[in-house]
Design a protein. Structure first.
Length: 286
């Protein structure tokens, strides 16, 4: 059996590749640039682009199961090509944001389009719906942590159930390889609701230095966050942070139920990524 992993060089995709290899399964990894993929030996790396479904013919040849990274613009064409090639099972990297059907959730609309394309294909499917990724703190806070050892953010008491990308991948691997997951939509969280201020403390412990948390107002945050995110996403993030001060998302045990292993803590994630928060050269030399 050959499994095609799309988004294979992404933070989740790399762990999916590793999990499949560890299970002794033939892995084919899709990437736009094979030379730069940096994937493990023994993985068949093929070039292709989900935004251009016509480039996927060789990648899909002989594939029975597919891990699908979400690209809504071409999801129907990609799924149709997979079905024509003989794929019988698709596991989708989705998001818990699909549960928000208000119409105002950009992420929910994005992922819901992919889910619909797969569900309507008639193929076996499983949707993996992580809540907020722990790795989001890298793009939110990484720059100021490295340069200044500080985080500036609103709602320091907002608690989130951040999930480790390796746990998301482990659930996807189980759904790809095991029976009993067809037609299931798995919401995933970390094992704890942890405040933003405590997240910063955990990163500081992992990085081996003190990192300050400076709370800013929502208006100040709009300016800071707007440098990295479009305005609708900024408003979505501010909205769920405000809500999470008094009503944080619930912790669910899906990772452990599916994989048999408890979900990794945020402290574990911070330790795994300590190098990503290394102080800038000028600060280290001071």
């Amino acid at each position: 059996m050959t499994v095609l992993v799309t988004g294979a060089t992404g933070s989740v995709g790399r762990h999916v590749v590793e999990g499949l290899r560890a299970a002794g399964v033939a892995v084919r990894a899709l990437t736009r640039d094979a030379a730069a993929a940096g994937l493990p030996e023994g993985v068949e790396v093929v070039e292709g682009d989900l935004t251009r479904p016509g480039t996927l013919r060789a990648a899909l040849h002989g594939v029975e199961r597919l891990y699908l990274f979400p690209v809504p613009q071409t999801a129907r064409e990609v799924v149709a090509a997979a079905k024509d090639a003989g794929v019988r099972r698709i596991v989708v990297l989705s998001s818990s944001s699909v549960l928000d059907e208000s119409g105002d959730n950009h992420s929910g609309e994005h992922h819901r389009a992919v889910e619909r394309a797969v569900q309507e294909s008639g193929l076996d499917w499983t949707f993996v719906r992580p809540d907020e990724f722990a790795s989001n703190v890298l793009w939110k806070w990484g720059e100021t942590i490295r340069a200044e050892s500080v985080v500036r953010a609103p709602y320091g008491d907002a608690r989130r159930v951040l999930v480790h990308e390796a746990d998301v991948a482990a659930v996807a691997v189980a759904a790809l390889l095991e029976d009993g997951h067809t037609g299931r939509a798995y919401v995933l969280t970390g094992p704890e609701a942890i405040s933003q201020a405590d997240q910063v403390r955990a990163i500081g412990r992992a990085a081996g230095r003190e990192i300050a948390f400076e709370e800013v107002t929502p208006d100040e945050a709009r300016v800071l966050m707007g440098r990295a995110m479009p305005a609708p996403v900024v408003e979505m993030v501010l909205g769920y942070l405000a809500e999470a001060v008094l009503d944080p998302p619930a912790v669910v045990d899906t990772v452990e139920r599916v994989t048999g292993v408890p979900a990794r803590s945020f402290a574990r994630w911070a330790a795994d990524h300590a190098g990503d928060f290394a102080a800038a050269a000028a600060e280290r030399a001071a």
